[in-house]
Design a protein around this ligand. Structure first.
Ligand code: C2E
Ligand code: CA
Ligand code: CA
Ligand code: CA
Length: 281
């Protein structure tokens, strides 16, 4: 700590160094996570509120760290974005999710209209060959493009407006569907939103959670649902945990729900058991 001069900053400096080292360590570990086979996907059901059937899944990445155990994506996705590691990780996620979906189709575990949603980070749009890469994965896995949905946050669309627009249009031309994730949290302007070829809005959990209790939140959710319907999009409510929320969402005309009420995110074996043992079809 000498270079910082003498005296009191030392303790602080030590702590900073420790944080810095552990971050660096995490980055080194993350760099190796793919080749060491430490990443895995969990899947969460997206259920039709009209029929109660499985409409799709969302793939959610997990990192099984050899020392730290399961590391949440909330911790390592931001690091992956900063370091650019999101590019290989994102590609692994896409390939694994498409392969899994095709596998479930072959095993006749799911209907042939069931979709797979994959989160795509902003940084991935800076990658030149994103569209080609996705096209290759579809070809390689044999998954129908119509069944792949990419989830993009409002923030990403606004930040990467120029580069993302062309690529999103190309992806859409392939038949891939596009969702806006965490809708309502990103202050997107409606005029910009309208310029995007979006198929699905996902209402953020923070608006869904208070449903069934706080009346004032009803209006926000109602507004989002009406907006989506008017723009001919479908709506998914995230973070659905109670029957009260479901009843209210149905009443407001929401099409799909996703949340612990239906199922937590599960690994592929867990999903298989859920479908085989459960009323879900
Ligand atoms: P997200 O895309 O908004 O995903 C939904 C998050 O809400 C998931 O957290 C899910 O486990 C959680 N969740 C689902 N239902 C409920 C519920 O009923 N109650 C509550 N309290 N939570 C619920 P998870 O898996 O920890 O993922 C966190 C975030 O990490 C995701 O938020 C997404 O932004 C990011 N993420 C996850 N996987 C990927 C990925 O493969 N690529 C990228 N770029 N980001 C990912
Ligand atoms: Ca998502
Ligand atoms: Ca979300
Ligand atoms: Ca969310």
């Amino acid at each position: 700590a000498k270079y910082l001069g003498q005296g009191s900053p030392q303790l602080f400096d030590q702590r900073m160094q420790k944080n810095f080292r552990s971050r660096l360590q995490l980055e080194t570990d993350l760099r190796r996570a793919i080749e060491r086979d430490e990443l895995l996907l969990n899947y969460q059901l997206i259920v039709s509120l009209l029929t109660g059937e499985i409409a799709g899944f969302e793939a959610l990445v997990r990192w099984n760290h050899p020392k730290r155990g399961l590391v949440s994506p909330v911790q390592f996705i931001p690091l992956a974005e900063e370091t650019g590691l999101i590019v290989p990780i994102g590609e692994w996620v896409l390939r694994t999710a498409c392969k899994q979906m095709r596998q479930w189709q072959i095993e006749q575990l799911v209907n042939h209209n069931v979709t797979m949603s994959v989160n795509v980070a902003g940084r991935q749009f800076a990658q030149l060959k994103l569209v080609n890469m996705i096209q290759d994965i579809l070809q390689e896995t044999g998954l129908d493009a119509k069944l792949l949905r990419l989830e993009i946050t409002e923030g990403v669309i606004m930040e990467h407006f120029e580069s993302a627009t062309t690529q999103l249009q190309q992806l859409r031309d392939l038949g891939i569907q596009l969702s806006i994730d965490d809708f309502g949290t990103g202050y997107s302007s409606l005029s910009r939103l309208q310029q995007f070829p979006i198929d699905i809005l996902k209402i953020d959990r923070s608006f869904v959670s208070p449903l069934g209790s706080k009346a004032e939140n009803r209006e926000i959710v109602e507004t989002i649902i009406n907006l989506a319907v008017n723009l001919k999009m479908s709506v998914v409510a995230e973070g659905v945990e109670t029957l009260e929320q479901i009843l209210e969402l149905k009443q407001l005309g929401c099409h799909y729900g996703q949340g612990y009420f239906f199922s937590r995110p599960l690994d592929s074996e867990g999903i298989k058991q859920l479908i085989l043992n459960h009323q879900f079809k």
